[in-house]
Design a protein around this ligand. Structure first.
Ligand code: COA
Length: 252
């Protein structure tokens, strides 16, 4: 069992912690699996009232592990990543994120499924899918333009623009920005407050606010088909090689 994800239940709050700081918390298949299992259990467990995502180290997460991606491209609906994304969509409990540092790729797109997104003022977001010759995932091609508008979303997806915490706040991606040393306490306080609310009322409110989950799931599926094919493309190979060799990719 990997220790690159830590899970802990206390005070009716499930905390899921990215714990692979030396690799900027890049997420492997095993890590997705642990998160998916924990979320699946929490979804069924009436004693868990909120889920808090946080991270050890200076990054929130650098997104998918690029080497894992290239060497073990995930396929089908039962992979760790597919199960994790599904749990994000189907979550019945409120999700809180404490974004302490850079959040890349799925580290960013998962936030579009979180109810409260708290960011450190030193944190930033980036979704460089096109830079990696990929396409957006986690229904973000639907959710991000809906949240911030097509024009802003295009800069983020197509140019790979990095978004500061202050910009994320202004765009309505972040719920609130904290000084770095107050983030953990601020997020914990909110999770604690949620854990004391009427659970059924919270669940229904979340569902009403999220809209039609079938539409979100359908978009995620469409993205997954394209994403899966792109993972096998020579362009992805070049993008990963360029990252590892610390150079710009050459797509010809
Ligand atoms: N997959 C695998 N390894 C990763 C990784 C990823 N997504 N992100 C970072 N790492 C590794 C680096 O290879 C490096 O390993 P090394 O020490 O063995 O060389 C280590 O984590 C530290 O990363 P580094 O790039 O030196 O840190 P940084 O502070 O300069 O930059 C990031 C941090 C997150 C901006 C940068 O690592 C990055 O852009 N990562 C790729 C993000 C990405 O494209 N994710 C996929 C989105 S779909």
């Amino acid at each position: 069992m990997t220790t690159d994800i830590l899970t802990n239940v206390q005070d009716r709050i499930l905390t899921i912690t990215f714990n692979r700081p030396d690799k900027k918390n890049a997420i492997t298949a095993a890590m997705y699996g642990v998160m998916a299992d924990a979320m699946e259990d929490a979804n069924k467990n009436d004693d868990i009232r909120a889920i808090l995502f946080n991270a050890n180290g200076d990054a929130f997460t650098a997104g998918n592990d690029l080497i894992d991606f290239r060497d073990n491209p995930p396929r089908g609906p039962e992979t760790g990543v597919a199960r994790f994304l599904r749990e994000l969509i189907l979550a019945r409990k409120p999700l809180v994120a404490a974004v302490n540092g850079i959040a890349v790729g799925v580290g960013f797109t998962m936030l579009l499924h979180c109810d409260l997104v708290y960011m450190s003022e030193t944190a930033a977001l980036q979704a460089p899918f096109v830079d990696l010759a990929l396409v957006p995932e986690a229904a973000s091609s639907l959710l991000l333009p809906a949240r911030i508008g097509q024009a802003k979303a295009a800069e983020i997806f197509m140019l790979g623009k990095r978004v500061s915490a202050a910009e994320a706040d202004a765009m309505g991606i972040a719920s609130r920005v904290f000084p770095a040393d107050q983030l953990a306490a601020g997020a914990a306080k909110a999770a604690m407050a949620l854990s004391k609310k009427a659970p059924e009322s919270l669940r229904q409110t979340k569902q009403l606010m999220r809209g039609d989950l079938d539409v979100i799931s359908a978009r995620m599926l469409k993205e997954s088909e394209l994403f899966g094919a792109r993972l096998l493309s020579p362009e992805l190979g070049e993008a990963v090689m360029a990252f590892l060799q610390k150079r710009e990719p050459d797509f010809g």
